[in-house]
Design a protein around this ligand. Sequence first.
Ligand code: FES
Length: 161
Amino acid sequence: MNLKAETLSKIDEVITHYPVKRSATLPLLHLIQEDIGHLPPETSEWVAAKLELEPINVLEVITFYPMFRQKPIGRRHIKVCRTLSCALVGGYKTCATFEAEFKTHLGEVSPDGEVTVDFVECLASCGTAPVVLIDDELHEKVDAAKAKQLSDQIKAEAKKR
Ligand code: FES
């Protein structure tokens, strides 16, 4: 697995927090996903070796939880809240705007590799719905017009690279 040195040391440290090694499965998967952006196929075997498990035990965890991604995502991750408060004030339209702007569909990498748009559940900012998380940054009151504005911003930043 091609992980950063920092991730590898966090992994070794996290394992020491648990009296039973297998309990570290979820934290390890989160750390790997944070580093690479998704969980590549070799993850099950690698984590299993670390935690003295069978690869199938790890694969079961990866496939059970929807927050784990087995496919790569775009450079930017746009997460649109679809829970009630956001849905009621246009969250679905916000999402459709991002999809149209980047010519992509939910959960897929846009053709330019720039973004993946996903729905997520409540982001705990219901009073400023619709809410969108772009990478780690929360954006509030994102109606279709603001979604277009944010898309333009992402495209402009991509051009500078
Ligand atoms: S419902 Fe969208 S942030 Fe709570």
